[in-house]
Ligand binder design. Structure first.
Ligand code: 3HC
Length: 675
């Protein structure tokens, strides 16, 4: 047999093996191969049982997502899984790695499942805006009950083999290194016994569990279509026979598949993976060894940055100027780890291990033998230049020197060293130990291997890294600026902070521009002179309305940090409106979208044209992972494509913006930014 599926015999057991790197996705050739192998096993009288397993790093990790949206070659997965289950000889799924999506559905359709302890099972389809479309929503509740089926289908997080065993999703754990042998023995033991078929079982209705689950996850699911469809399918499994349930599942699956949300989420799945690839640099470039990291600054940023490396088992030397600041910073790192441990997500030993890798010091010279040093000091060019001049004199040759600046020119910083080829930007987002995004800023002289090393390192510390070019604010903050400018103008023309924020939250952002300002601190970047009031921000800051931390900012806050509109802010806005002479009008929600979000797309087009981002999908990744742009809208550039670029251009022109030439050209040619 050629193709990804091969078979071999162990006495009366037929072993069906898939080898379809990298993740054994269930593409057409795999489905066809499994179909003919199972048929072969069924008709061959000398075969009494079958085992399905995979070579390589994982059991089937799902349907082949690249086939979605195109005509499907036969057999389609729903038919294939039913055919497996209908076989009249025991079929055992032998699972290692991750049995995900369609892979998990193949496993559940087999009569038995055996897995190595390190294996995981799950239905991540919801993260692609979908649901398990090959019987998964119908078999999972029949095997494991409604609560677990809801968790798995509607949230999409995989579960460990042991939990799957306890829940009845798998039948046995195999030895970590003896999966095939154990599966064959197990299969042989089942010969002649009645065949358990998941679809023949009944799933007990559990309306309380459904209600509690829906309520508990309301925030997480806000704006998404797929979780609700997943829940509806699981509920259906408790109400109707399997044949009817899968029809419902199929119809729901197709609706989601044809919708914009799933297209957006699939776009982001591939965009995230593409972002790690650097145009013009070979995949096999030799990387520098990063065994020890130095961080300068033990403030919120420096501490958060350090935690990423400590958690990945990489020793960190953290440097501060004052003992008190160093102790405070180290204390916060420990407190953060302990809070995670208290939630059961880390053991006490893991906390001790991470803290054991941290060397706090006041001695700058201790950075000498670090392979990478990240500076996270005050955002000021002179200060940064001083730090880099000092680093240049201390740190060993060949080390990478990075700045965590969020705006400043990396070329200028690099120029104060004698090794600009070793300098780049590593822009983490706050809180740096939590936020997934890392903008890696490539200076004009940054060496290819330096860039590639940092991109690879980002993966090790579980960040999603995007390459950005040198420009004010790089990709993310540069696009944020026109949004902020317009939001302030809209205030002057008659909108309120509440209205603008609501439009953004309804759009799916975690918060609006004013809520964001209150969270970050209204006083950030303020000149600190209460008598100098040049804009509304100065007026708020002068009255100590610094945001959530002083319980007053653009909003008033109660003790639980619940916001309410502030009459005082309304007064201040009113004073400035009068002074500004701006014409007042009724600002509609539509105008807010056109004036705050369209300019971001415009700026994105400029960034692309200037080559400051490698591709439009990278910009989308920045906004999804750095600023909480709703993933179901696929990022600003994908969103612009779905809105239609002509509409975006018309909106920008209506409000008097200069339209970026690239955006205009694409709109005229009927092109898109993203594939
Ligand atoms: N289809 C097509 N390609 C896939 C794929 C899939 N299901 N899963 C992964 N790939 C590709 C990736 O795009 C990547 O390609 P690249 O090397 O060209 O960039 C490559 O495989 C390796 O993937 P990762 O970089 O993600 O590898 P990791 O080792 O980090 O992770 C994984 C492995 C956990 C399996 C992860 O790839 C993953 O989560 N995959 C998606 C799983 C999924 O969503 N399955 C459900 C699919 S939908 C479905 O099954 C519908 C059904 O119900 C009908």
């Amino acid at each position: 047999m050629t193709g990804p599926i091969t078979t071999h015999r162990h006495g009366n057991v037929l072993v069906i093996v898939s080898d379809n790197p990298p993740v054994n996705a269930l593409g057409a050739a795999v489905r066809q191969g499994i179909e003919s192998a199972v048929k072969e096993g069924v008709v061959d009288d000398t075969v009494h049982a079958m085992v399905i397993r995979c070579d390589g790093r994982t059991f089937f990790a799902g349907a082949d997502i690249t086939e979605f949206g195109k005509p499907m070659a036969e057999p389609v997965l729903p038919i294939l899984v039913d055919m497996i289950e209908a076989a009249d000889k025991p079929i055992v799924a032998a699972i290692h790695g991750t049995a995900l999506g369609g892979g998990c559905e193949v496993a559940l359709a087999c009569h038995y499942r055996i897995a190595v302890p390190s294996a995981k099972l799950g239905f991540p389809e919801v993260k692609l805006g979908l649901l398990p479309g090959a019987g998964g929503t119908q078999r999972a509740p029949r095997l494991a009950g409604v609560p677990l089926a809801l968790e798995m289908c509607a949230k999409g997080d995989p579960i460990a083999a042991k939990r799957a065993l306890d829940a009845g999703l798998i039948d046995k754990l195999a030895g970590e290194d003896s999966l095939e042998a154990d599966a064959i023995t197990f299969a042989r033991g089942m010969i002649g016994k009645p065949l358990p078929r998941a679809s023949h079982k009944t799933a007990k209705p559990d309306p309380q569990a459904v209600e509690a689950f829906t309520k508990a996850n309301a925030r997480r699911f806000r704006g998404f279509e797929a979780p609700e469809a997943n829940i509806a399918c699981v509920v259906k499994a408790t109400e109707v026979p399997y044949e009817e349930g899968v029809q419902f599942e199929r119809q729901q699956f197709m609706e989601l598949m044809m919708g914009v949300q799933s297209a957006a989420q699939r776009h982001i799945f591939f965009a995230e993976r593409k972002a790690s690839k650097i145009d013009g640099i070979a995949d096999d470039i030799r990387l520098r060894d990063i065994k020890k990291v130095g961080v300068i600054g033990a403030g919120t940023m420096g501490g958060g940055i350090s935690m990423n490396f400590l958690s990945a088992g990489i020793p960190v030397t953290i440097v501060e100027m004052q003992q008190e600041a160093l102790d405070r910073g180290t204390g916060i790192i420990r407190k953060n780890y302990e809070a995670t441990a208290a939630k059961g997500r880390l053991t006490a030993e893991q906390v001790d291990k991470a803290m054991g890798l941290l060397t706090p010091t006041l001695d700058f010279d201790a950075l000498a033998d670090c392979d990478l040093v990240i500076e996270a000091v005050y955002e000021n060019m002179d200060v940064k230049k001083e730090v880099f001049t000092r680093l240049d004199g201390i740190v060993k040759q060949g080390a990478i020197l990075a700045s965590n600046t969020s705006y400043l020119n990396i070329n200028e910083i690099a120029a104060v060293t004698k090794r600009p080829q070793d300098v780049l930007g590593m822009h983490f987002f706050s809180p740096a130990n939590v936020m997934k995004l890392l903008e890696v800023v490539r200076g004009d002289k940054t060496a290819d291997d330096v860039l590639a090393t940092v991109m690879a390192l980002a993966k090790k510390i579980r960040k999603v890294a995007v390459v950005a070019g040198v420009c004010y604010g790089f990709v993310g903050n540069r696009m944020l600026m026109p949004r902020q400018v317009e939001a302030m103008k809209l205030l002057m023309e008659g909108a309120t902070p509440e209205q603008i924020d609501k439009v953004h939250v309804d759009f799916g952002m975690p918060m609006g521009p004013f809520q964001m300002s209150d969270l970050a601190g209204v006083d950030i970047g303020w000149h600190r002179d209460p008598s100098r009031i040049e804009n509304i921000r100065d007026a708020l800051a002068a009255e100590k309305r610094w945001g959530q931390k002083t319980k007053a900012g653009w909003y008033d806050y109660d003790d639980k940090r619940n916001p309410s509109p502030s009459p005082r802010v309304a007064e201040i806005i009113d004073e400035f409106r009068k002074k500004s002479g701006a014409t007042q009008h009724v600002v509609t929600d539509e105008e807010i979208v056109e004036r705050t979000l369209y300019p971001m797309v415009n700026e994105g087009a400029l960034i692309l044209a200037e080559g400051k981002a490698q591709r439009a999908s990278d910009i989308d990744v920045v906004w999804i992972y750095g600023y909480g742009w709703p993933v179901y809208r696929g990022g600003p550039m994908f969103w612009a494509d779905t809105e239609g670029l002509k509409k975006i251009v018309a909106g920008l022109e209506k409000h008097g913006f200069d339209v970026a030439p690239l955006l205009k050209a694409k709109a005229e040619k009927g092109e898109r930014f993203t594939a």
